[in-house]
Ligand binder design. Structure first.
Ligand code: GA4
Length: 327
């Protein structure tokens, strides 16, 4: 029998100042993936914010909706049933409130799933429900295709050949891909404090890119370089984050975007995120084509496996890349 510690209560979750109405990120870059200028628009957005929204991506809404309603059903089950799908670490499964291994907490529950090729890895027994697993596999395949198209357009925009120079790192055998299903239940409002509980604390993603789809409930915020801004939700679009590894591959030209999720007091937020990571042995270093004459790498040499291992020793909000920067 698995003995679980008591789940943390809301008073153990860190608070965040609620954003005022002026803090909305109305200028979120929108990339139309169906037109040739997408390549340039992606590079521009990655340089300015490390974040953009993708439309005309070719993914059928029904694919994501099916996975979403299965996820809603999964999270509606009794706590004891969900706990049997845990723990999330080390090989994937259900987790609640605790994030990572070093004491971070948020007002959410989630499934963390290892992906092999384009579906949930056989080594990951969760979810065991066949309909849920099939719906997730369909959505993983679809989101992964979006990630590949984004990385191809990015290579084109950066002027690096071949066209799959970046996407191959993600589609190669042994690439380290993770799919995350997050459920943020409505969180009791904290009247008068002007604060909300943290859904998922501020962090950057360690991988190359992450591709996110949510159910249209607000909560995602990014650091636009000057302040935290709320990203208007859009269930028909995908949102792309530049991760730490892509910042290094571009020698700092692209920004790994700091982001977080604040809770909503009325509505549940359900999000799917595909984290595109390379094989563990992949060397993460600036692409030679991107270095100008005489320009040196800003980072020490490392592999994705080394970076991932180091990341799991950090707290969520730590600047994980700092220890790999050349002094
Ligand atoms: C952030 C991006 C992904 O959600 C994730 C997270 C991972 C986890 O939840 O287990 C980490 C976090 C993420 C970065 C630092 C470490 C690892 C929690 C944490 C404190 C799955 C990932 O790959 O890195």
């Amino acid at each position: 029998m698995v003995v679980l510690a008591n789940p943390p209560a809301v008073d153990q979750i860190p608070l965040l100042r609620s954003p005022g109405p002026t803090d909305t990120f109305a200028a979120v870059p929108v990339v139309d993936l169906s037109i040739p200028s997408a390549a340039r628009a992606i590079v521009d957005a990655c340089e300015r914010f490390g974040f953009f929204k993708v439309v005309n991506h070719g993914v059928d809404t029904a694919t994501m909706d099916r996975a979403e309603s299965e996820a809603v059903e999964f999270f509606a089950q009794a706590q004891a049933v969900k706990d049997r799908a845990g723990p999330a670490y080390p090989s994937g499964g259900y987790g609640s409130k605790r994030i990572g291994l070093n004491g971070d907490m948020g007002w959410l529950e989630y499934l963390l799933l290892a992906v092999h090729n384009a579906s949930i890895s056989d080594s990951c027994a969760v979810p065991s429900n066949a309909a849920f697993r099939a719906a997730l596999n369909e959505s993983i395949a679809a989101v992964r295709k979006v990630a590949v198209r984004v990385l191809e357009a990015m290579a084109e925009g950066l002027g690096i050949a071949p066209v799959d120079a970046l996407s191959a790192m993600v589609t190669e055998q042994g690439s380290d891909q993770v799919f995350r299903v997050n459920h943020y239940p409505p969180c009791p409002a904290l009247p008068g404090l002007g604060c909300s509980a943290t859904g998922f604390g501020e962090h950057t993603d360690p991988q190359i890119i992450s591709v996110l789809r949510s159910n249209g409930t607000s909560g995602l915020q990014i650091d636009d370089g000057a302040q935290w801004v709320s990203v208007p939700s859009d269930r028909d679009a995908f949102f792309v984050n530049v991760g730490d590894s892509l910042q290094v591959l571009t020698n700092g030209r692209f920004k790994s975007v700091k982001h977080r999720v604040v809770t909503n007091s009325l509505k549940s937020r359900v999000s799917f995120i595909y984290f595109a990571g390379p094989p563990l042995a992949q060397r993460i270093a600036p692409l030679p084509e991107l270095l100008r004459e005489g320009e040196e790498s800003l980072y020490k040499e490392f592999t994705w496996g080394e970076y991932k291992k180091a990341a799991y020793k950090t707290r969520l909000g730590d600047n994980r890349l700092a220890q790999f920067e050349k002094s």
